[in-house]
Design a protein around this ligand. Structure first.
Ligand code: B1M
Length: 214
């Protein structure tokens, strides 16, 4: 019986039906279903399906955004329960778009997918300078620093963050992931990043694996 409600929740989430997702999370909690099961089988599973479909071009940015909104609506109800039972996130991520760059649609999608993979995400926005990436990572105790760039002119600012991490003796403390339309594997290697990922779903998968392997 429990499983059915979670499947239904996942289905509503994929359709972006925030109200229905909220109602089902509330109902599932009332029925005494384990909050972790609600998280994993009701919410995150639905978001992973959307992520896969997005990767295969079966759904597009608007569908992902409404699904993410539905996930966040469900999470808001679930979060206090998860904190009560001490559900540890898989890991912590700080994500931002680099200095001089205001593009945030792709970065927001990556942030949502990372959340969907069970990571705790601190989104520090756009036009983020070197010091902010590092100080925020230090403040939240991040495992991963994620940087997005959409302009060829701002890509070098990714290297500036990595160079500053090295200068402060912090490079080995963090996994560094880079992405965005003009970024590629060769560039990531050249600047000394740990990972380049081409899309939001892959970013989430790789981030999760990388933290688990840390
Ligand atoms: Co701008 N823009 N833009 N723009 N813009 C591009 C990027 C451009 C390619 C358009 C073009 O000329 N064909 C071009 C860059 C050229 C270049 O550098 N070679 C460009 C330019 C030139 C500019 C301005 C300089 C224009 C001007 O003012 N003269 C200016 C710069 C402003 C600034 O940042 N300082 C500018 C401004 C803007 C708007 C504000 C109007 C708007 C941004 C709105 C916003 O983000 N809130 C905008 C937009 C929308 C675009 C295009 C049309 C779309 C970008 C987008 O959101 N794509 C873009 C052209 C294009 O790409 N077709 C363009 C959808 C998004 C889902 O994809 O961001 O690639 P994307 O993210 C993907 C992956 O890349 C990946 O996952 C995402 C989802 O799968 N990914 C990561 C992203 N970050 C990741 C991080 C990861 C891993 C994966 O790990 C950490």
């Amino acid at each position: 019986m429990g499983m059915e409600i979670l499947e239904e929740m996942s289905g509503f989430l994929q359709k972006g039906r925030a109200k229905n997702v909220k109602a089902l999370v509330t109902q599932a909690l009332e029925e005494g279903i384990d909050p972790k099961a609600i998280l994993n089988e009701g919410l995150l599973s639905g978001m992973m399906i959307i992520g896969e479909k997005f990767k295969k071009n079966e759904v597009f940015v608007p569908e992902v955004l409404v699904a993410a909104r539905a996930m966040n609506a469900g999470l808001a109800i679930l979060e206090p329960k998860l904190i009560e039972i001490g559900n540890e996130p898989v890991g912590k991520v700080v994500i931002g778009t680099v200095k001089g760059d205001l593009h945030d649609i792709g970065k927001n999608l990556v942030a949502m997918m990372l959340k969907g993979a069970g990571l705790e995400v601190t989104d520090i926005g756009v036009d983020v300078d070197v010091d902010k990436f590092i100080s925020e990572a230090e403040n939240v105790g991040a495992d991963i620093i994620c940087m997005s760039a959409l302009l060829t002119t701002t890509m070098p600012n990714m290297k500036a963050v990595i160079d500053e991490l090295k200068a402060r003796g912090l490079r080995d403390k963090y996994i560094v992931m880079v992405g965005g339309a003009p970024v590629n594997e060769a560039f990531a290697e050249q600047i000394g990043a740990d990972y380049y990922t081409p899309d939001a779903a892959t970013a989430a998968e790789v981030a999760k694996q990388a933290v688990l392997a840390k």
